[in-house]
Design a protein around this ligand. Structure first.
Ligand code: HEC
Length: 486
């Protein structure tokens, strides 16, 4: 048999030796011209015709769907950049101008907004699919690792993108994000200063975030997507796992080639039509959402002197926000950097420590367990993020006479004070009120009148002290009311 490298070179030489007339006859006048000058047509044909495993069905469309979403983001993002003024003085107004419902510009903003959600969701499902079918095992370790890095970049894109709205919420997310980051030891302050382009919010902050969002992160993403797709073509699409068929690096490549030769199908159109249908359907769905709901509303113009803003990220990052908000202050500083670091190192190390053996989920029950627990945790943290238990529940109505359930005038006055003095914003009674503080429905059983008085006078870590706020009579009424809660 001849040396494969020589054969390859011979093929290239032959292509280069072919007179244009022959190529044009083979491909037609226009494509033949293109093929003769570039060689792209034959290479595209090779890629389209390469054989892939037969049973890779709908479960395999999420990777290409992420790519579709990325392309949508690039196109809409560049379009938005044509209208957006990245200066803290005018950014808000420039966005306001292109957010008028019903205009084409608002639709582009809407597409970019929904496209971001789409990209995060598709990437998440793709990650879960690859993890469950252990497609990260030999020889696809680098595909997984490049994917993990892209995951981080996409989340960074999501965060920086939201800050570019440069409204009250966005400005405060930057401040909160930097504050959270700065609590991490050593790298924290450096990271925070990098993010804000200084120690505090300043004229350079928006330029910094804009450059990250529109130049650095996308450039890195482009490179990594190129690598990721190249590796998919080089190593082949993983075949659906079969219980008992183990990955052995010594024999895997030969086995894969043999299988694909025996019952594989050409990538185009047999496998790729699903990617095309699914990706196009998603783009149509995004266009519908953008047309129906338009661009996300901006909150008030930024005013760094107003600190009663309620900064909150878009829905797919809420879970992380919940973790930060619920995290007890004491142990946190190290963990804020350590926990994500451990998660990232774990994800990157996964294919390096486990690259052979079973791939079928039925033989890896713990993998299913990990996915269920992680998805469950993200889901509950997201719900929690929307309920915001850590915030006082403003606007809670007063307790009804039925809930107070007493005719003692002092208790009735105390119940009214419980509302008027804002206790009810943090404490629940009879299912009504906030949950920042403990439920006080049966507090009379737990604390004596002296203990109640002491607590109300002194407050606690997250409860204001009411000494000097309440008169002696008011304090007595409140205590009488709480003591009646048995
Ligand atoms: C900003 C939220 C907030 C407000 C407003 C607030 N509390 Fe509290 N309260 C808390 C928190 C949090 C705790 C738990 C403190 C701890 O144990 O560290 C608490 C604890 C208590 C306790 C002790 C409960 C127990 O189980 O030990 C009582 C009693 C109490 N609050 C009564 C009141 C009354 C009466 C008012 C109104 C005058 C009030 N609180 C207003 C947050 C609040």
């Amino acid at each position: 048999m001849s040396n494969p490298a020589q054969t390859k070179q011979a093929k290239i030489d032959e292509a280069n030796d072919t007179p244009p007339a022959v190529t044009e006859k083979k491909y037609g006048l226009f494509l033949g011209w293109l093929e003769d000058r570039t060689g792209l047509i034959s290479r595209l044909n090779t890629v389209a015709g390469h054989r892939v495993p037969k049973r890779s069905k709908w479960a395999f469309v999420f990777g290409s769907a992420t790519l579709f979403a990325f392309i949508l983001q690039v196109v809409t993002g560049i379009t938005l950049a044509m209208f957006f003024e990245p200066s803290s003085a005018t950014a808000y107004q420039s966005l306001q101008r292109i957010s008028t419902p019903g205009t084409a510009e608002a639709m582009v903003r809407g597409l970019h907004y929904f496209g971001a959600s789409l990209m995060v969701v598709m990437m998440g499902i793709h990650l879960i699919r690859v993890y469950l079918s252990a497609a990260y095992k030999y020889p696809r370790e680098m595909q997984w690792i490049s994917g993990v890095v892209m995951l981080l970049l996409v989340l960074a894109m999501a965060f920086t993108g939201q800050t570019l709205r440069w409204d009250q919420t966005a400005v405060w997310s930057v401040v909160v994000g930097a504050e959270q980051a700065s609590r991490a030891p050593i790298v924290g302050p450096i990271l925070a200063r990098f993010l804000m382009a200084g120690d505090t919010l300043n004229a350079g902050t928006l330029s910094r975030l804009y450059a990250l969002h529109t130049y650095w992160f996308p450039a890195l993403l482009f490179g990594l997507i190129g690598l990721h797709v190249f590796l998919v073509l080089r190593n082949g699409i993983s075949e659906p796992p079969v219980p008992g068929r183990r990955v052995d690096p010594r024999t895997y490549k030969q086995e894969y080639q043999a299988r694909v030769k025996k019952d594989g199908v050409p990538f185009w159109p047999d496998a790729a039509w699903r990617d095309t249908v699914f990706g196009s359907a998603l783009i149509i769905l995004m266009a519908f959402l953008a047309w129906k709901f338009g661009a996300p509303a901006l909150s008030k113009p930024p005013d760094p002197s107003l600190i009663n803003a309620d900064p909150k990220p878009d829905w797919y990052l809420i879970w992380y926000f919940s973790i930060l908000a619920l995290w007890p202050y004491g142990i946190t500083n190290l963990m804020i950097i350590l926990a994500p670091l451990l998660a990232i190192v774990g994800l990157i190390a996964l294919p390096l420590v486990s690259n052979k053996g079973e791939r079928a989920p039925s033989r890896r029950p713990w993998a299913i367990g990990i996915v269920v627990v992680t998805v469950g945790m993200i889901f509950s943290l997201t719900l929690l993020g929307y309920r915001e238990p850590w915030l006082p529940r403003f606007g809670t109505p007063p307790l009804t006479a039925q809930q107070v359930n007493s005719t003692d005038p002092s208790v009735v006055r105390g119940a009214a004070l419980f509302h008027d003095q804002s206790c009810i914003l943090c404490h629940k009674i009879d299912g009504q009120g906030g949950i920042r503080g403990p439920n006080l429905s049966q507090i009379g059983e737990r604390l004596t009148k002296d203990q109640l008085t002491w607590r109300i006078q002194n407050g606690a870590a997250s409860m204001p002290s009411y000494a000097g706020v309440l008169t002696t009579d008011q304090l007595r009424d409140l205590v009488n009311f709480l003591a009646s809660r048995q």
